[in-house]
Ligand binder design. Structure first.
Ligand code: KG4
Ligand code: ZN
Length: 329
């Protein structure tokens, strides 16, 4: 069984070899009205959700808890209070069933979830360049094998998901704005507004300047045109989304040039974005792997997958290992 509770999704999944038998995700609606995740409310919601979610994952997989061979859980990175709910539960369950406990790095799991056997996806070979794009992270990772991963680029300020969510908030979109921007962009003109591509050295990213640029454009528009946001929302979304896709494409192509590696594996919620997907799929000579959409946002299936890989190598954990809000990949 895999258990995930690093942010605002409480999730439990059952895996048998590398086939997922169940993957239950409880989203926390409570954060919507605050425009972002409130850590204390997230921990409380995890406490409320964890037992029903685990029970449902067992019943959907059609097994009893004493059929489990091991418990894998997210050790970090994430919100400490949220991580503690999942880790305490996982440790107690492993101890009571007297089975191995396996700690999992959430960011590794995002990059390994495309190895889940679902009979349709082609899997990447090693080495590959991992691109983790979510609400919490923007990382380029050199992946030599399942467990040897090295961070080669990251954001210096906001994450790519924050760029979507914070800009969305400026034009009145609900949190998380990413999926809404994706949808609205389909009806918009992506050449209507020109946002600046930040000039950041090497493989690192910066998104805070883009957010300021976007805010100024909206403020100018509001001052000049009545009902500006309502009239221009689709065009603003399309122009923003194209700029973000271009920033990502440029950096990943630089990573390809620098490493000579042509296998690219995506992970994280933002990898569901349709323009990001199509912009990479258009590039010839690259082997691009996107996870199934079910596995893009936070889920326990990916934790169970890494648990399975570690179980095969007897990479077990101790009960005294502490959760880590910051946990290097
Ligand atoms: O991986 P994830 O579920 O949670 C974190 O670990 O952060 O990612 C959530 C992020 C949010 O910022 C959300 O707006 C973004 O993923 N997201 C998208 C799309 N679907 C989710 N961003 C752009 N386009 C999408 N289709
Ligand atoms: Zn995540």
């Amino acid at each position: 069984m895999g258990i995930e509770s690093s942010c605002d999704e409480t999730s439990a999944a059952v895996i048998s070899d590398n086939k997922i038998l169940s993957n239950v995700i409880a989203n926390q609606e409570v954060h919507k009205k605050y425009g972002g995740v409130v850590p204390e409310l997230a921990s409380r919601a995890h406490q409320k959700n964890i037992i029903p979610v685990v029970n449902l994952a067992l019943s959907k997989a059609n097994i009893e808890k004493n059929h489990l061979d091991a418990i894998a859980y997210t050790r970090g990175p994430g919100l400490l209070g949220s991580l503690l709910v999942g880790s305490s539960f996982a440790k107690s369950l492993a101890m009571s069933l007297n089975i191995p406990l396996i700690e999992v790095n959430h960011m590794q799991a995002h990059l390994l979830c495309h190895f889940i056997d679902d009979n349709c996806e082609i899997k990447s070979d090693f080495p590959f360049i991992g691109v983790n794009i979510s609400g919490g992270h923007t990382q380029i990772v050199l992946c030599k094998n399942y467990f040897e991963m090295k961070l080669i680029g990251e954001t210096l300020d906001d994450s790519i998901g924050e760029a979507f969510d914070k800009c969305g908030k400026i034009i009145g979109l609900e949190y998380p704005a990413g999926p809404l921007i994706d949808k609205k962009s389909k009806n918009g003109d992506n050449t209507k507004y020109n946002f600046t591509i930040p000039n950041v050295n090497g493989l690192n990213f910066s998104f805070s300047g883009l957010k300021t640029n976007f805010r100024r454009t909206v403020e100018n528009g509001i001052n000049k045109i009545e009902g500006f946001i309502e009239k221009e929302q689709d065009n603003l979304c399309a122009s923003l989304q194209s700029t973000i896709s271009e920033i990502l494409l440029k950096k990943v192509l630089l990573a390809v040039k620098e490493t000579g590696i042509k296998n690219i594996v995506f992970g994280g919620g933002v990898s569901a974005n349709s323009e990001i997907r199509s912009s990479f799929e258009k590039i010839k000579n690259l082997n691009v792997f996107f996870p199934k959409r079910d596995y893009t946002t936070d889920n326990a299936a990916m934790i169970a997958m890494v648990g399975y890989l570690k179980y095969n190598e007897k990479k077990f954990s101790n009960l005294d290992e502490i959760s880590k809000a910051r946990y290097q990949i």
